[in-house]
Design a protein around this ligand. Structure first.
Ligand SMILES: NC(=O)c1ccc[n+]([C@@H]2O[C@H](COP(=O)([O-])OP(=O)(O)OC[C@H]3O[C@@H](n4cnc5c(N)ncnc54)[C@H](OP(=O)(O)O)[C@@H]3O)[C@@H](O)[C@H]2O)c1
Length: 382
């Protein structure tokens, strides 16, 4: 499944509100920031908005700069990003500007929502009914797999932002802080109450844009159990980058590993043949940097570009055993071990047989294989 990169974008007042309670939309951004948003839109494959925002603001969600639209066309992309709306109820105005401006449009809804809207929306709107509920993972999977969306910009409102962040599905937040105070407790907030992934996000950037400040953050907390979060994908990318930095070898794989606490704190990282040790494995190198009694290990996740080994000749304990002995209960990897050095190695099988949740994200397999291409048969290297 090719999950899109999900970017949550919003402007908030100094007291954290997305809007006030008045009938008109409160303008929080200044002209420079509206232009920045236009640029982010132009760089996205799709722009998504919740039905609440459609009902309240009647937005068009266009790329307004002709130059940016022309650049998209020159690059072989559609003039406008795909516009996406979500509504469970189907309570939408068919005359809303959203449906009658820009390029391609899609609505993700429930079976009931699709029934309610049957024949009402313009014929070119792709109405995708996702069963009794429109689960976010199903929406994102459809956008990635069927619509080919690689980069999704989410432009609100509060409920949509809240759900995507709470479910660990946001890769990045682009939050603009505007210099005004709303002061109305009933006004919509960007993030509502509820349970969010724990820990601190990673600061990617701050930038003044006119009189507002842009803050970009990336969530870092691993997913839970077999369910992958957006942060899992970023950490696995880091493991793949580490694999690419290994000293080359003709007799062993190049692998990267990162160990991350439940709150998103990086505990340790390692890679094959680290520190001049010709046989050390990535997970082994990372685990060796931690106190075996570290209580964070019990809820940590190990990210490894190649599944942890189940058997090895070079040392008595394979990495799957080291992970089990460390008390780690969750592993994320991208590539199941081929028979190159050990026949039928099944580190995933060993880990799962002892109760560890193993998440395999095959969309990163090619990146994990890249530094090992010289070890793989043409068939395996594909
Ligand atoms: N400052 C900013 O940058 C900014 C940006 C955008 C919006 N806003 C403000 O935000 C406010 C609107 O926010 P809001 O929280 O009321 O609404 P919202 O988040 O825009 O939309 C919520 C609606 O989206 C639909 N929805 C949510 N999750 C869904 C799912 N998984 N499947 C199917 N449908 C789903 C539901 O529609 P149904 O009810 O139809 O089922 C739900 O009621 C407005 O005041 C607007 O001005 C501000």
């Amino acid at each position: 499944m090719a999950q899109p990169y999900v970017l949550l974008s919003a402007a908030v007042s100094l007291d954290g509100f997305l809007d006030d309670t008045g009938p008109e939309r409160l303008l929080l951004s200044g002209p420079e920031d509206f232009d920045r948003v236009d640029e982010v839109r132009a760089g996205s494959d799709a722009i998504l908005v919740g039905a609440g925002t459609l009902r309240t603001d009647n937005p068009r969600l266009l790329v307004y700069s002709e130059e940016r639209r022309a650049a998209r066309v020159r690059a072989g992309r559609p003039e406008y990003p795909l516009k996406v709306a979500v509504s469970a109820s189907g309570d939408l105005d068919p005359d809303a500007l959203f449906w009658h401006t820009g390029g391609a449009k899609a609505l993700y809804t429930t079976d009931k929502g699709a029934e309610r809207l049957s024949g009402l929306l313009p014929a070119d709107v792709d109405v995708v009914a996702l069963g009794p509920d429109a689960e976010w993972r199903a929406v994102l999977a459809h956008l990635g797999d069927v619509k080919g969306v690689g980069r999704l910009m989410v432009e609100g409102g509060g409920q949509v932002h809240t759900q995507l962040l709470q479910q660990g599905l946001a890769d990045e937040l682009q939050l603009v802080l505007a210099p005004l105070v709303v002061g109305q407790p009933d006004a919509p907030r960007m993030f509502g109450p509820g349970a969010y992934p724990p820990g601190r996000m990673r600061l990617l950037e701050t930038r003044p844009v006119g009189d507002v400040v842009l803050m970009r953050y990336a969530p870092t907390a691993p997913g839970i159990g077999r369910s992958a979060s957006a942060a899992d994908r970023r950490w696995l990318e880091t493991a793949c980058e580490l694999a690419a930095q290994c000293p080359p070898s003709r007799t062993a794989f190049s692998v990267g590993a990162v160990i991350v606490a439940a709150d998103g704190t990086e505990l340790a990282r390692g890679h094959s043949r680290e520190g001049g040790d010709p046989v050390v494995h990535a997970e082994e190198a990372a685990l060796a940097k931690l106190d075996p009694a570290d209580p964070r290990l019990a809820t940590a996740t190990v990210y490894s570009s190649l599944e942890p080994c189940a058997r090895r000749a070079s040392r008595p304990a394979p990495c799957a055993r080291l992970i089990l002995d460390a008390g780690v209960r969750r592993v994320v990897t991208s590539w199941r071990e081929p028979d190159t050095f050990v026949a039928a190695a099944d580190g995933t099988g060993l880990l799962t047989s002892e109760g560890v949740d193993v998440v395999v994200l095959p969309e990163y397999e090619e990146r994990a294989k890249a530094p090992n291409a010289h070890l793989l048969s043409p068939d395996e290297g594909r």
